[in-house]
Design a protein around this ligand. Sequence first.
Ligand code: ADP
Length: 367
Amino acid sequence: MPLAPKTVIQALRGITDPASGRSIINNDMIRDLYVAGDAVHFTALVADPADDFAKTLGDQAAAAIEDATGTKAIVKVQIDTPMIGLDTVGGGQAPKHRFNGASVIAVASGKGGVGKSTVTVNLAVALAQAGYSVGLLDTDIYGPSIPTMFGVTEEKPRVDSNRKIVPIEREGVKLLSMGFLADPEQAVIWRGPMVSNAIRQFLGDAAWGDLDFLLLDLPPGTGDIQLTIVQTVALTGSVIVSTPQEVALADARRGVAMFENVKVPVLGIVENMAYFTPPDLPEKKYHLFGEGGARRLAEKLDVPFLGEIPIEQTLRESGDAGTPVVSGNRESVSAHAFTDIAEAVALETALLKAQMPAQEQVEIVYR
Ligand code: ADP
């Protein structure tokens, strides 16, 4: 059977870089991935091209692919060293993620109230639970609800001795919100330049540390403000949240178009409020807003479908109580859904980065 790039990425994930102790995929060491039939080619960015790990990487990759798929792949590996954007630590051994190496992902929705912030928060926590270092920047100036969902509305980030803003940390996620800066009641007076200045400050003047993922919760909609934000940050990709009904899908389609216009890859669509299961009728699924609309939209637009989340009382309650459901109620259906969606987002991001040319290692996070 011909190999798919995604299957190859999943197989390579099992290979550990001895210098950092992390998976070569999670450590963002693969570029130029090309898969055709049973032929696999990639460039590996390693700290020391002369060591055993680099020399045996091709064999390790072939073994991992055969284990995962049963296919004996013809693997060709080019060894390169990381340039700017991947720093070295530990005596020049391990490629280290600088902020500039983080995958910056915008979470957007065509309209308000579809659960975009709920998805962003739980996605961030689920990625942190999976071992990634995660930052979350809430840019929803119209309704910064992320501080409520993390229970930090009364907190203000402090400034460290280097005069950098220190993100507030909750559930393993580093958090900054426009809500810490401005009174939401004042949001109406925010104009494009003010928003992009605030975002530049949050990106450049904050002590985020090393991040694998920086999630950006965008204001709902696809107007000027959203476009300004999307153009202020060099995004790795975007996630669109929609509910299943037609009116929401029409807006989600505009969201996809907005990102395509500015050449930001759409990692996929998440369907929120997909169905309702009454607690006393656990076998039933009521599709209150219609069935499978976002999945069909994803197919039609040829973007990945990342998963669906049911309407759940515990999800709403967890949000209001300031403990995201993926940590507060891990056994709930929605918590499992978020864990799977985080995995899908990580996989789509890894695929996107692995297919980037090796020369494009330098990522400018904000313009
Ligand atoms: P948005 O960011 O799109 O405006 P929010 O994430 O703030 O939407 O969600 C709006 C409200 O709906 C919140 O009270 C949230 O807890 C609730 N909510 C979101 N998704 C779900 C869901 N799947 N089940 C139950 N309540 C939800």
